[in-house]
Design a protein around this ligand. Structure first.
Ligand code: ATP
Ligand code: MN
Length: 462
């Protein structure tokens, strides 16, 4: 017997075919006439399939234990469905109860659960409509990301997760050590990392960019797509301590090339999701955020707005809005400011560029004005910053000056500086937060629900 995923059965099978589906019971209804309807879901698509199980079908003697959450294998004949909901259903020929799910204790009841509650049962939440759909959207998005770069000849580079340099210079890193923390706790002396596993202080990476640049300046356009870690103690709906980042890096690109790539990248990935996950997207649009499809179609169908940080400050100052954080040239833009620009003022994605030098890391190229750097942030509705990028500083003297300005030791970055010493080229790149993309696409409010198992302050279960 051919095993088939339910999505394939729903899409391709013809009445009369006999198929075997396996999955978990969503619901069971018993009719008074001695047969039951069992809806089975296997995660292959948004919809489960309904099986009609007659009283004389082998296995029916266990029907009372075929409860929500139990696993079953059903062989059945494909029939045109009587009901309105689906094209086809199964007329069961054989029912096997594989694993029971005690109806009294199964945590996923038919009623709507809050997302907060579902985070506490993250091992079961992928069985719900919402989290099954998010898992499929993540998968489709990841595939579309690889496609986008592969079609353009970019190399996928695997950069290290353990590192001894802090890319952002922001000091938000998790330490990696094999030192005995109990002994350290008892001694008052300074930690001697020479005895540590790597012989120096090591951390989890905050970005693969610096290593990405090495490859961009050797083998050409490339990208990384991997986990990154930031110990930022901010309990926001947009920050995770562990998140996935996509970081392309391109030699011989300036900031405009970088903006163009970022825009076509976002459009490509969203376009593919709309094409390939229409069933899941319809669900998000109906149940999570009724504007999400409009927002995405608007993003795909229009040019992104480009304006400088300075122009943005002017717009924000003249907006007449009341802000929690005051606007001032040189100050960081807060989420409220970013969202005002993209949601209210332009109602479209906005690429802001040329940020004050004091706000940005050492590796961004300094402008002639001495005050700004060739940074760019892509801002989108509801999420705010989804991409941060820049043209990189390719001049060795400026780079060393900037390292010192940022309080970093140029000696630590000797290999990064070497790229400027030997055959330097103008180059650029950006980082896209994968979970923020998923937030944008699904309309989910909290980024913790956009990753299978979230790591945030005081939370690293599962
Ligand atoms: P923010 O200002 O929102 O904290 P950032 O400027 O620190 O972000 P970058 O260093 O520019 O972020 O990182 C590139 C991208 O990675 C961001 O545009 C965002 O999409 C994503 N990102 C950054 N920090 C996080 C985080 N803690 N959780 C999830 N995604 C993040
Ligand atoms: Mn940023």
């Amino acid at each position: 017997m051919k095993r088939t995923r339910i999505a394939t059965v729903l899409q391709d099978s013809q009445p009369g075919e006999v198929v075997n589906v396996r999955g978990w019971v969503r619901t069971r209804r018993d009719s008074k006439q001695g047969f039951s309807f069992v809806e089975v879901y296997d995660g292959s698509g948004f919809h489960g399939i309904q099986a009609v199980v007659d009283g004389n079908v082998p296995g029916y003697e266990h029907i009372k234990e075929v409860t929500t959450g139990a696993s079953v294998s059903i062989v059945g004949e494909v029939k045109a469905s009587q009901g309105q909901k689906q094209r086809i259903e199964l007329l069961a020929q054989d029912l096997k109860l594989i694993g029971k799910a005690d109806a009294e204790h199964y945590p996923l009841q038919k009623k709507q659960h809050s997302f907060e509650f579902l985070r506490e049962i993250a091992h079961l939440r992928p069985r719900t409509n919402t989290f099954g759909a998010i898992a499929r959207i993540r998968n489709t998005a990841a595939a579309a990301i690889h496609e986008f770069f592969q079609e353009r000849g970019f190399l996928y580079i695997h950069t290290p997760i353990i590192t001894t340099s802090d890319c952002e210079g922001a000091g938000q890193m998790f330490s990696v050590t094999t030192l005995d923390l109990h002994k350290l706790a008892k001694s008052n002396s300074e930690v001697d990392f020479s005895h540590d596993f790597f012989g120096k202080h090591a951390s989890l990476t905050v970005s693969g960019q610096l290593e990405g640049e090495i490859f961009a300046c050797s083998v050409g356009e490339c990208y990384t797509f991997g986990p990154t870690f930031r110990a930022e103690n901010s309990n926001t709906t947009r920050h995770l301590a562990e998140f996935w980042m996509v970081e392309p890096e391109m030699p011989f690109y300036d900031l405009n090339d970088n903006m163009e790539l970022a825009e076509s990248f976002i459009k490509h990935v969203i376009g593919r999701i709309l094409e390939r996950r229409a069933d899941d997207m319809q669900f998000f649009n109906e149940r999570i955020d009724t504007t999400v499809l409009d927002t995405l179609q608007n993003i795909v169908g229009h040019d992104f707005i480009r304006l400088s940080y300075t122009e943005a400050i002017d717009i924000l100052t003249q907006s007449g809005q009341k802000w929690d954080y005051p606007i001032e040239w040189g100050g960081a833009l807060q989420s409220e400011h970013e969202r005002y620009l993209t949601e209210k003022h332009f109602k479209q994605p906005v690429i802001l560029y040329d940020y004050p030098r004091t706000l940005k890391p050492f590796y961004m190229r300094c402008n002639e004005d001495g005050k700004t750097v060739r940074a760019m942030d892509v801002l989108v509705p509801r999420v705010g910053e989804i991409i941060g990028g820049s043209q990189r500083e390719e001049r060795i003297d400026m780079l060393e000056l900037r390292l010192k300005e940022c309080g970093l030791d140029p000696a630590t970055y000797w290999w990064y500086a070497d790229l400027r010493r030997y055959g330097t080229v103008p180059h650029a790149g950006f980082g896209l937060g994968f979970e923020r993309l998923i937030q944008l696409v699904t309309g989910m409010v909290n980024i913790r629900d956009c990753i299978p198992f979230h790591r945030t302050p005081k939370s690293a279960d599962f």
